[in-house]
Design a protein around this ligand. Sequence first.
Ligand code: ZN
Ligand code: ZN
Length: 341
Amino acid sequence: MKAAVYHCPEKVRLEEVPLPRIKEEEVLVRVKVALTCGTDRKLYLRGHPLFPPPFILGHEFAGDIAKIGKGVKKFKKGMRVVAANSAPCHHCFYCKLGKEELCENFFIRLSGAFAEYIAIPEPIVRDNLFEIPKDITYQEAVFLEPLACVIHGIEESQIKLGDTVVINGAGPIGLLFLQLAKLQGARVIITDLSKGRLSLASKLGADKVLNVTQVKDEVKAVRELTEGKRGADIAIEAVGSPEVWEKTIAMVRRGGLVNLFGGCSPKTLIKIPTNLLHYNEVTIKGVFHHTPDYVRKAFALICDKSINTESLITQQFPLQKIKKVLELTTAQEGLKFAIIP
Ligand SMILES: [Zn+2]
Ligand SMILES: [Zn+2]
């Protein structure tokens, strides 16, 4: 089969590789659509300790079951399916604590979707593989994993009806946050440096958009958009930049909550004023990944067509154009790209 194989930073080649073999409890999926994601960009640019090269890129995908192992009961050949990229072990300290996103045995971090076929390991078949209903397209279903992460982010943000939420970053993740925050009855301010992304944010329901290239002090500008310049009730970082992390913290009101969602480069640090934490009683938290419960909720929202995902796919390319796709992702042009293997 054809696959986009990563060898070292910025070296990805389209190659002919053997079809993945499946074990008794596993499923082989013929990929119909795969999406690019910020993680692919990072992997392409600097690799990852969890994925020794050569490996196949891509972890967001939907497709058809091409083959099932003898032990698989829940699925049949030919079913249209979508899967998340991991599943927890259910027996480690963190799983028992109910924090499955921190599972110690998260050995299953699936990669390999930028290929014609992908094998789904047993834990994912067990927890996080779903049959796509007839009226849902592959392009809609494929948002399962990013949406599950953002649902986790939303649940941890504790938004109440009428709260003012500021979201820094109007990329795919920021725009999913926006839609979910609106579903929760929030008033949403969203910031970015791209005019195109902000105009899409307005279409998707943002109450205020702020182009950070047009203001001197974005913290002040956001505060001015809140009642009495008090600051936002909840501030969410969806960029993954230490500088934006610090600004996000400065945008929240006394007693507010800060959700630092965007993952930054390894070894980066931020500074937080101690007085802000103490006298202003600000809560600052990091939120990471998803759990089977969030994946299930994401699947339900997709099936209900509650989220506009269509506008988050900038363009579609055949797998042969993988180099072009990675160039566009590296240049941070557009939102998500759909790859059709
Ligand atoms: Zn992803
Ligand atoms: Zn575990």
